[in-house]
Write a protein that binds this ligand. Structure first.
Ligand code: NAP
Length: 308
């Protein structure tokens, strides 16, 4: 049986690993489908304290991993699909293995939400549908693209894409942006960005080679359906926390985010089980706040283990 299992190897999981490893708890990290978490798909991280010139996202995660390994953290590649947290021994199951642990830190992160419209999945990842402008924007140099969404992420994606693209359409289902005032103003006023208000995407359209040629939109006020030509569609409509394996085992809010125990950011209703990072935080969603939660969870767990 393990002392500590940490699920996830993003900023939260790796920080928890550094702290629990340095406390001689010999943590086992289980990394799922995206080792290193969301930052591995970010180019430059400019706001992580301690790097005045910024740092490449992949490098930051690689450094955190090396730091955790240096103190004895171990890594396994597996996807946990169900759990039984009712006993003193917490049980985690993947398709092919079962893990048992005294303490658990869930730092499973969040994944970009998709529209679930025809064409989206078929063209996702290389054929014109994307969820990360920083990763894929440069492929659309001098082309017209569409960003879908109305929050800070959509504005940020649209602004970033103006560096490469000849024109960026920002398609939003309402008549005003949800984004912060300063981001919204900057976006709406940008010469390369054209707002498409009150419109919902109905399908991503493919050319003969199966690459994106445009998007079909429905105006939600008039009901009119139209097509917008573009080579890329960037979807920025929020994130879905990776919490499905714990449905029924721990309290989740209506969007699937873990709800920590009242009075704490990282404790849960079950003693010895902690949450950290984007799977439990829909407000800040920053690398540094995820790392902070990972640290808190590790310290809480270390204390709980020594008391029990
Ligand atoms: P968000 O604020 O939840 O916005 C999601 C947007 O997508 C909303 O405008 C929503 O429309 C739209 N949307 C959701 N589902 C949709 C669907 N099925 N079809 C069409 N549109 C859909 O998400 P976010 O922009 O990712 O931001 C999340 C949090 O991170 C926020 O607190 C944000 O402030 C923060 N953040 C901050 C920064 C920054 O400060 N630099 C950058 C990025 C994110 P409605 O408006 O109609 O609901």
């Amino acid at each position: 049986m393990e002392n500590v299992i940490i699920l996830g190897t993003g900023c939260a999981g790796l920080t928890a690993a550094i702290y629990t490893a340095r406390a001689n708890l010999n943590p086992l990290l289980i990394e799922g489908s995206q080792p290193g978490g969301q930052l591995t798909t970010t180019s430059e991280v400019e706001n992580f304290p301690g790097f005045p010139e910024g740092i490449d996202g992949f490098m930051l995660m690689d450094n955190l991993r090396k730091q955790a390994t240096r103190f004895g953290a171990r890594f396994a590649s597996d996807l946990i699909v169900s759990s039984d947290l009712t006993g003193d021994v917490k049980i985690l199951k993947s398709a092919s293995a079962q893990y048992e642990t005294k303490g658990l830190i869930i730092a499973t992160g969040a994944a970009p939400r998709l529209l679930n419209i025809p064409g989206e999945k078929e063209m996702y990842g290389g054929k014109g549908v994307a969820t990360c402008a920083t990763c894929d924007g440069a492929f659309y140099r001098n082309m017209e693209v569409v960003v879908v969404g109305g929050g800070d992420s959509a504005c940020e994606e649209a602004m970033f894409l103006t560096r490469f693209c000849s024109k960026v359409y920002l398609v939003h289902r309402r008549g005003e942006l949800r984004a912060s005032k300063i981001m919204a103003e900057r976006t709406v006023q940008h010469a390369k960005i054209q707002m498409v208000w009150n419109s919902a995407p109905e399908a991503v359209l493919a050319d003969a080679q199966g690459n994106c040629r445009g998007i079909r939109l429905k105006n939600l006020q008039s009901g009119q359906v139209s097509e917008l030509n573009c080579k890329g569609v960037f979807i920025a409509i929020g994130h879905v926390p990776n919490s499905a394996a714990f449905k029924g085992a721990l309290p989740l809010d209506e969007n699937g985010y873990f709800i920590p125990k009242q009075g704490s950011q990282v404790r849960t209703e079950i003693a010895g089980v902690y949450v950290a990072g984007d799977c439990a935080d829909h407000i800040y969603r920053q690398a540094i706040t995820a790392a902070g939660m990972g640290c808190q969870a590790a310290i809480e767990l270390e204390r709980w283990l020594s008391e029990h």
